[in-house]
Design a protein around this ligand. Structure first.
Ligand SMILES: [Fe+2]
Ligand SMILES: [Fe+2]
Length: 226
């Protein structure tokens, strides 16, 4: 007999199969979540694992939506609830999973109410930093046609002019003025202060240190210093 986790996993795999990148992301987030939860008390591991597994289930629907009105966190929470109800999963636990998925988004102002939601948020953000974060950022930059490197002489000016409402978590106005090293300065560096759990903050600090070394080196090579 398959476990509930495996049954839900089959559904998620089908939903995200044409986008291997997102499925791999989901499983890395699962590892991060386990790493964070290891030393924490009072975590419902089953609820956490199901929240992680289902958190980006509507990602492709948002990406394919031309109107820009789909929020994969809100839609994903609804889809997740329907899937879990079809397995007669307890309503009380579904409520926690729904809240966690609704509030996992960096840009949204919804804060997770439950510990499992805070861990999901943190685990998801950890996948945006460190060596994995650099690789993911360049994959996206390649798709968007961004430059390999942009000088960061006038970062304040950039933040005022090129970020909607001056927020690093908002949309970028002109992609031709954007690059991963700028994204590092304006967004990735700020991730630790947005995290909820001490465990994730520790991991984030270590991963950011690696990024700092990398972007220092990149600047030196681009400028011909090494
Ligand atoms: Fe997401
Ligand atoms: Fe995610």
């Amino acid at each position: 007999m398959k476990s509930l986790f495996d049954k839900v996993k089959d559904i998620v795999e089908k939903e995200l199969s044409s986008s291997a990148h997102d499925l791999d992301h989901t499983f890395r987030v699962l590892q991060n979540a386990k790493l964070i939860a290891r030393r924490m008390k009072g975590v419902d591991v089953e609820v956490l694992e199901l929240s992680v597994l289902l958190h980006d289930i509507a990602r492709m629907k948002e990406d394919e939506d031309k109107t820009g009105s789909i929020d994969h966190a809100l839609l994903g929470a609804e889809i997740a609830a329907n899937i879990l109800r079809s397995f007669n999963y307890p309503e009380k636990k579904i409520e926690v999973i729904v809240d966690s998925i609704r509030s996992h988004r960096f840009r949204a102002d919804r804060k997770p109410k439950y510990i499992e939601g805070r861990i999901l948020f943190d685990a998801d953000k950890l996948d945006a930093i460190g060596a994995v974060g650099i690789a993911r950022a360049y994959m996206i930059a390649g798709q968007m046609g961004e430059k390999l490197y942009m000088p960061i002489e006038d970062l304040d000016k950039y933040e005022k002019e090129n970020l909607v409402n001056g927020k690093a978590t908002g949309r970028i106005k002109d992609i031709s003025k954007h690059s991963v090293n700028i994204e590092y300065e304006t967004k990735f560096k700020k991730i630790p202060e947005r995290l909820f759990t001490e465990e994730a903050k520790q991991i984030a600090k270590e991963r950011l240190h690696f990024m700092e070394v990398y972007f220092d080196r990149l600047e030196k090579e681009v400028k011909g210093d090494v």
